[in-house]
Unconditional design. Structure first.
Length: 495
């Protein structure tokens, strides 16, 4: 679900980093294909493109009382270098339950048109672990046609941006990926570094922060536009505060029932996505058959799925990857290995760009796993995971295998996460409130496959659905076609 792909300055920095990583990978593997180098650099550069418009304040865990004097905006001033926006700090309690002392200061960027006729449009970024404020300039440009009617607001959610939870080794191993497998030691060290406070970084805690933000803004309702994990946050807010939502835009949907740590929908979708992409570029191979042959021959399903998921962020035609899969299926894995290594190295990200500490904290608290939830004893977790893997069939994981399903980073990050009290989750089949909802997706998205969108539709009465052909993840900001952006603008303006 990690989704940090906007802005300019970070694009330049990440592009340079990706190209250097690719060159190292190419030299290591003897790869001299310049097309592959360029494609990997672009794909990796597309992972994290963060500008530096506003910097977040540090967390304040001072000696405030349980409520921390929280809920207000302070320090409001013009955002540096950003005309028409003010930046402020929202003070929230570390523990919304009021038991543990401490406060957090979350940076907020707000358009200055406080009396916009349609109220506040709160744009929620992804991850979990991605900040919001650094993207405000880019989002303002994308949402320009509606911003005379709406006041755009963005927030650095707890544990992100300048408040990022810091886990250096886990960050180095996973970068911006959901799927790269971390070591058990890096996971345990991360949890120890965060300490017992890790129980205060669930989506439910962020939802409570957003309700304090609504009150601080002085508005009765919010319109929420979420991308990737931001859709899940928006859904959870709507379930917790149904009377406080005017409209919902859910782009690249994570269903309210939660993500699947085995990523089975993406595995099953990969042949469809690659076949469609192949037809669109007129290739003459069978990428679905090649994918199955590669995973069976090289036992590299985790690496391939991770690379495919990343690839769609920049090249929704998957052209270089289709070629690499075919060569590997024919017995030459060099190009595929170079692409996998280049993407992984080029996906490096700082915690301020996408915090893997926050990512793990949130997913482990929110998730449902073969062993249960975050409060399950460590003893028995691996046995439960192995049992769940043994029960999978080819119909479950498609051309991949059970080892892929049980070996992804999204699973392993929580397998070794220390036992932590599990927060309550909404009832599995509770529907979203009956407000206007737009479900938006790309039919070539492997990060949040369009199948998840249709899962959410079952729980969203009257939702409008727009699936953009040939688009992958984050339709509003990344799709070549304007179809999705026009749909969002028309929906928000009530057309």
């Amino acid at each position: 679900m990690a989704d940090g792909r906007q802005g300019l300055e970070g694009h330049r920095k990440t592009g340079v980093r990706a190209m250097r990583a690719l060159r190292r990978a190419g030299r290591a593997r003897g790869t001299q294909r310049s097309g592959a180098r360029a494609a990997v650099a672009l794909a990796a550069a597309g992972l994290l493109m963060v500008s530096g418009t506003c910097t977040s304040s540090a967390q304040d865990r001072g000696a405030a009382g349980p409520s921390g004097g929280s809920g207000g905006l302070s320090g409001t001033a013009a955002c540096p270098g950003l005309e028409g926006f003010s930046c402020a700090t929202l003070t929230v309690p570390l523990d919304h339950g009021g038991t543990v002392r401490g406060r957090l200061g979350l940076k907020v960027a707000m358009a200055d048109n406080a009396n916009a006729p349609k109220g506040v449009l709160l744009f929620l970024t992804g991850g979990p672990g991605q900040p919001g404020v650094p993207f405000v300039e880019r989002i303002a440009k994308a949402m320009g046609p509606v911003l005379e009617d709406y006041r755009l607001v963005m927030i650095d959610q707890r544990g992100t941006g300048g408040n990022a939870l810091q886990c250096p080794e886990l960050q180095a191993q996973m970068g911006s990926s959901d799927l790269t497998p971390p070591t058990a030691g890096a996971v345990r060290d991360c949890a120890a570094a965060i300490g017992p406070d890790r129980r205060f970084y669930s989506t439910g805690d962020t939802v409570a922060d957003l309700e304090l933000l609504r009150r601080a803004l002085g508005v009765r309702k919010l319109t929420l536009d979420g991308v990737s994990y931001g859709t899940y946050t928006a859904e959870r807010y709507a379930l917790a505060h149904p009377g406080r939502v005017a409209r919902l835009v859910l782009d690249s949907v994570v269903p309210q029932t939660g993500y699947d740590p085995m990523d089975l929908a993406a595995m099953r979708a990969a042949p469809r996505v690659l076949t469609d992409a192949c037809e669109s570029i007129g290739c003459t191979t069978d990428p679905a058959a090649d994918l199955a042959e590669v995973v069976d021959t090289y036992d590299n399903g985790v690496d391939v799925l991770d690379a495919l998921t990343t690839w769609g962020f920049v090249d929704a035609d998957y052209a270089e990857m289709i070629d690499a899969l075919h060569q590997a299926a024919e017995g030459d894995p060099g190009l595929l290995g170079g692409l996998i290594q280049g993407v992984r190295q080029g996906s490096a990200a700082s915690a301020e760009e996408l915090s893997q500490g926050l990512h793990a904290s949130t997913l482990c608290l929110d998730g449902r796993y073969p062993w249960g939830r975050s409060d399950a004893p460590l003893a028995g977790r691996r046995a439960a995971l192995e049992k769940a893997g043994a029960e999978l069939t080819p119909a479950d994981h498609g051309p991949f295998d059970a080892a892929t399903a049980t070996g992804l980073g999204s699973m392993l990050s929580c397998l070794d996460w220390p036992r932590t009290p599990a927060p309550p989750l909404p009832a599995a089949h509770r529907r979203l409130p009956g407000v206007p909802v737009l479900l938006l997706g790309g039919d070539r998205d492997l990060s949040t496959p369009v199948e998840w969108l249709y899962d959410q539709k079952k729980l969203t009465p009257g939702a409008r659905v727009v699936v953009v052909a040939g688009a992958a993840h984050s339709v509003q900001s990344r799709a070549a076609s304007d179809e999705g952006r026009r749909a969002v603008h028309d929906f928000l303006l009530g057309r």
